[in-house]
Design a protein. Structure first.
Length: 455
């Protein structure tokens, strides 16, 4: 059959409050024109993030009831450890309450103020953890990754020549590790090829630099490798994932994505010395090493969710949803990042709002209009999230995007058809999208709590 259906049935529903246009205008104004500050109940379709917003399966709900809440060495911990060991092959496994905690502890234990951390693209919390320590976070994508219309199978690949140049310029002694984010979220949810990871590993091995995977969407990346790299067409999702992790020396993970859980994360590594330092920092910040800030029931849920994320039928359905949006929006000439990634549609806010300059924050204008028009909450990935304010001057990001991230197993076909209608309505009236100014911003991760005014 040509139609790809959801590989599940719905056994419970949650009511959506369908707000009016006047209500949404009021809510946005009260939230200082920042959709992060809007109450979730006032969002009809909430695509702010796919992190922790998914629906759990019947198997996960059943596993939750088996949670062993013992402080140390619980049965739930043993199940969690066994599952992650099977997927990653890493000997040292540490649970954390979410991915940014794993990033924070990695930076705390391995990064100095003089350090330089290369990546294909650092996402917001990764970059903030690194830069708040005084270190430098570098993005090393190929130049075509900054062209939304450019189509290639693995647009998230790291530019290996740029990596070699960074190592030569910055010095091996200043690079405690190199990261690779799979899939590359900030660049449009784009996958990284197995060949690219092998090429990166080859360069790093020459200089004895560890390779760390930001693995929050590792299963989605494995799906792309299976369907786009011919050598992996007959391999299972688990086999492909294991090969990715076999190339790495460690990994950080937010289980709120491809762990299909509402909370949780982990750090894994091979180096026993790294493990000792991480364990000591974990105890101080998160909790005992066999629960790491999580309840036993969360460990159970993650153990099931990680394996469900590696089911091909699930990933095939999820990608079909993204592809459906891509085809519909492209047919209407609405500018998006192409090809569609694994977890979201990324609107090209720069092309969408040609009448606005980067300093006008077109992504914020577009996000707010989507909310005003249809109660759709997305997120800006542009000059607010990835730009900088230096001495009162705004340094824009290279891309101005709006991400519409799809929670896992939450919305149905009609929700996405409604989303298309909202986007098209905003597109037809795009010249009315106003400029925005920042009236308040914190030093780091400003997009979460900044205040804006419409101009």
């Amino acid at each position: 059959m040509k139609t790809i259906i959801e590989p599940f049935r719905i056994k419970m529903t949650e009511q959506i409050h369908l707000t009016t246009a006047s209500e949404r205008s009021k809510y946005l104004k009260e939230s200082h024109n920042n959709v992060f500050l809007i109450d979730a109940e006032h969002c009809c379709i909430d695509l702010l993030t796919d992190s922790g917003t998914g629906a759990m399966s019947a198997q996960q709900w059943a596993a939750l009831m088996l949670g062993d809440e013992s402080y140390a060495g619980s049965k739930s911990w043993k199940k969690f450890e066994s599952t992650i060991s099977e997927i990653t092959g890493m000997p040292h496994i540490f649970p954390t309450h979410q991915g940014r905690a794993a990033e924070s502890l990695l930076v705390k234990t391995q990064v100095k103020a003089t350090s330089v951390i290369p990546n294909n693209s650092h996402f917001d919390t990764t970059r903030a953890n690194i830069e708040s320590s005084g270190a430098k976070a570098l993005d090393l994508l190929y130049e075509h990754a900054y062209q939304p219309d450019y189509i290639c199978n693995f647009k998230g690949d790291m530019d290996v020549k740029k990596l070699e140049q960074v190592i030569e310029q910055e010095g091996v002694e200043n690079i405690p590790f190199c990261m690779i984010t799979v899939t590359n979220n900030s660049g449009g949810g784009q996958p990284v090829s197995m060949q690219n990871m092998k090429d990166i590993k080859k360069v790093l091995s020459k200089h004895n630099i560890p390779m760390i995977i930001d693995a929050c969407r590792f299963a989605e990346n494995a799906y792309f490798i299976k369907t786009r790299e011919p050598a992996y067409a007959d391999k299972s999702m688990l086999e492909i994932s294991r090969e990715m992790f076999d190339l790495a020396d460690g990994a950080t993970m937010s289980c709120k994505k491809d762990g299909l859980s509402n909370i949780g994360g982990f750090f894994v590594c091979r180096d026993p010395e790294w493990a000792v330092h991480f364990k000591n920092a974990l105890i101080m910040q998160e909790g005992f090493p066999t629960y790491g800030g999580l309840a036993g029931r969360d460990l159970e849920v993650i153990s099931v969710g990680l394996k469900e994320a590696l089911e091909f039928d699930y990933q095939n359905y999820r990608h079909a949803t993204v592809k459906y949006l891509e085809e519909k929006l492209t047919a209407k000439n609405i500018p998006i990042v192409k090809p569609a990634g694994g977890h979201a549609i990324f609107l090209d806010a720069k092309a969408f709002c040609e009448h606005l300059n980067p300093e006008d924050f077109p992504g914020i204008g577009l996000v707010n209009e989507l909310y005003l028009q249809g109660g759709v909450r997305g997120v800006e990935l542009g000059s607010v999230m990835f730009g900088k304010n230096e001495d009162g001057k705004e340094i824009p990001a290279r891309l101005e995007l709006v991400r519409l991230a799809f929670p896992r197993r939450v919305y149905t076909q009609s929700h996405f058809d409604y989303l298309i209608e909202v986007i098209e309505e905003v597109w037809q009236n795009r010249k009315e999208i106003p400029k925005h100014n920042i009236t308040y911003q914190p030093e780091f991760l400003r997009h979460f709590t900044a205040h804006f005014e419409r101009c």
